[in-house]
Design a protein. Structure first.
Length: 117
């Protein structure tokens, strides 16, 4: 289960659709294009591809390499950490599937945060 949670979070970092990482990267690249900073958008896309390659190598090594051959003991996750990981994965997938919820929360928070100055 730990490997599955780590896989989902790495895929979000890579910007895979239906995760929060995809919409975050999309928004940043869209803002760069809107500001006519095409070079910045290209750098962001190239660095995202390089990072995705690294993340996918980690995911492949988690599932392909056999931990039993190394003699390593199974990793036990504390219940509180398991709950935190589950909530994190659910939020990552939930806001990735329904991003309008997060966008609306952010839009509602802007006036409150700006007025707090």
């Amino acid at each position: 289960m730990l490997a599955l949670a780590f896989t989902i979070l790495l895929l979000a970092q890579a910007g895979v659709p239906f995760t929060t990482g995809f919409f975050a990267k999309f928004a940043v690249i869209e803002a760069a294009v809107d500001a006519r900073s095409f070079w910045l958008a290209i750098v962001a896309m190239v660095s995202a591809v390089i990072a995705a390659f690294l993340y996918l190598r980690i995911v492949v090594s988690m599932y392909v390499l056999d931990a039993a051959d190394d003699g390593a003991p199974a990793v036990r996750v504390a219940p509180a950490a398991a709950i935190a990981l589950a909530v994190t994965v659910l939020v990552t997938l939930g806001f990735g599937i329904l991003p309008d919820t997060a966008v609306n929360l952010a839009k509602d928070a802007v006036p409150v945060l700006v007025a707090a100055k």
